[in-house]
Design a protein around this ligand. Structure first.
Ligand code: CA
Length: 332
C-alpha cells in the first residue's frame, strides 16, 4: 500500500493511496441436475452460478466443485472460450447414462480441472483447435473421446484409471504432446520405464487414433500460484488546461511483480475511487500490460473525474493476471 502527496494545481493537493485488495474466494460444492452451459455473453451463460466470468478474456473460472446427478456436465456452447477449473472437481454419477462430462466447440481452452466418474470425461465432437492442458481426468469410462475433431492440442494432463484412457476417431492433426520440456501427458497405465531419468517414459503411449511421444513419468502438477503483483502510484497530473478545468486527473501507476514467477497477460479491467471520484467515462478499458517478469514492472495511466473541492482520494484498481500453469487470477 502506498500513499503519496501530489501537487494537483495552484490550490489543490491530493494524496492517493492505491491498493490491490486480497480477493477471498468462498469454495463450496454445487449440485447440478442439468448441463451447465458456458456461453460468450454477459454472464458467460451459466458460468456465474458456478464461478467467475471474465468477459474480456472469455474465461469462466470455477469457484466450486460440481456434482452432476444426471445428463450432461458442462457444455461449452461458444467458440473461443476458456474454462479454468480453478483446481476444482466435476463429478458424474458414472456410466454412459451421464453423457459427456464436458463438450466443447472450437478454439476452446480447458485447464486446471479434475473430471471424474463420467461416461466420457472430455468429449470433442466435430470440435477443432481446442487446447486441453493441466487437467486430471480420472475414473471415467472413456477419459478423452475425440470424434471427427481436428487440430486439438492435449498436453500436461493426467489420465488416471479410466477404463479407456483416450480414443480419437476420424479426425486429423490432433497432438498429444508438445516438444520437450513440456512433453505430453501422464498415463496411469504407462508411467515407466524412464531409464534415462529425463522425466519422460522411454516408449511412446499409443491408443486408438493417437500417440503421445513424450508421456510423463510422473503425474503432471503445476502449482505456480497467484502472481505477487503490487501496485504503486508513480505520479498524478493534469494533462492539459482543459483537463484541469474539467477535473480530469491523470494518475500514473506502476504494477510491480514482487514474486519469483512471471505474471502473464496482466490486464487492468477497472478502477474506482473514494470521495465521489469516478473513472473518466472516456478511459479506455481494458488496459493490456502484457507479461510482467519476476521483479519487472509495467506502467499505465488511468484518468479520473475529481469533483470540485476533493483534495485526496483512494483508488482501487481491478486487474487480472495468469500464472505459468495457465491459471487466471483476479485482483483485488
Ligand atoms: Ca526417459
Amino acid at each position: 500500500m502506498g500513499k503519496t502527496q501530489f501537487q494537483l494545481g495552484k490550490t489543490a493537493a491530493a494524496s492517493i493511496a492505491a491498493v490491490l485488495l486480497i480477493l477471498v474466494m468462498v469454495s463450496g460444492v454445487s449440485a447440478a441436475t442439468g448441463a451447465v452451459k458456458i456461453q460468450d455473453n454477459s454472464t458467460g451463460g451459466d458460468c456465474t452460478s458456478v464461478g467467475v466470468w471474465n468477459q474480456y478474456t472469455k474465461t469462466c473460472t470455477l469457484t466450486t466443485d460440481i456434482t452432476f446427478s444426471s445428463g450432461n456436465g458442462i457444455e461449452i456452447v461458444s467458440n473461443g472460450v476458456t474454462l479454468d477449473g480453478g483446481g476444482h472437481v466435476i463429478t458424474g454419477s458414472g456410466g454412459f447414462a451421464t453423457g459427456g462430462s464436458l463438450s466443447v466447440k472450437n478454439d476452446v481452452t480447458i485447464r486446471n480441472l479434475t473430471v471424474r466418474n463420467f461416461g466420457y470425461g472430455i468429449y470433442l465432437l466435430a470440435s477443432h483447435g481446442n487446447t486441453i492442458t493441466g487437467n486430471t481426468i480420472e475414473n471415467n469410462d472413456v477419459g478423452l473421446k475425440l470424434v471427427s475433431s481436428n487440430n486439438n492440442v492435449v498436453y500436461g494432463n493426467s489420465f488416471i484409471d479410466n477404463n479407456t484412457q483416450a480414443t480419437a476417431q476420424g479426425g486429423t492433426g490432433n497432438v498429444f504432446n508438445l516438444p520437450a520440456p513440456a512433453g505430453g501427458n501422464y498415463w496411469s497405465d504407462w508411467a515407466s520405464p524412464d531409464a534415462d531419468n529425463d522425466g519422460f517414459v522411454d516408449n511412446p503411449y499409443t491408443f486408438t487414433g493417437g500417440t503421445d511421444n513424450l508421456p510423463l513419468a510422473g503425474a503432471s502438477s503445476c502449482n505456480a500460484g497467484k502472481p505477487a503483483l503490487q501496485l504503486r502510484v508513480s505520479g498524478a497530473y493534469w494533462a492539459s488546461a482543459a483537463d484541469y478545468g474539467y477535473g480530469r486527473l491523470s494518475v500514473e501507476y506502476a504494477l510491480d511483480n514482487a514474486g519469483a514467477e512471471t505474471a502473464f497477460d496482466a490486464t487492468i479491467t477497472g478502477s474506482s475511487g473514494s470521495n465521489g471520484v469516478l473513472i473518466d467515462p472516456q478511459q479506455q478499458l481494458p488496459v493490456n500490460l502484457g507479461d510482467i517478469t519476476a521483479a519487472g514492472t509495467a506502467g499505465f495511466t488511468i484518468k479520473y473525474m475529481v469533483p470540485p473541492g476533493v483534495a485526496a482520494f483512494r483508488a482501487d484498481i481491478e486487474a487480472l493476471a495468469v500464472d505459468e500453469c495457465g491459471n487466471n487470477y483476479s485482483y483485488p
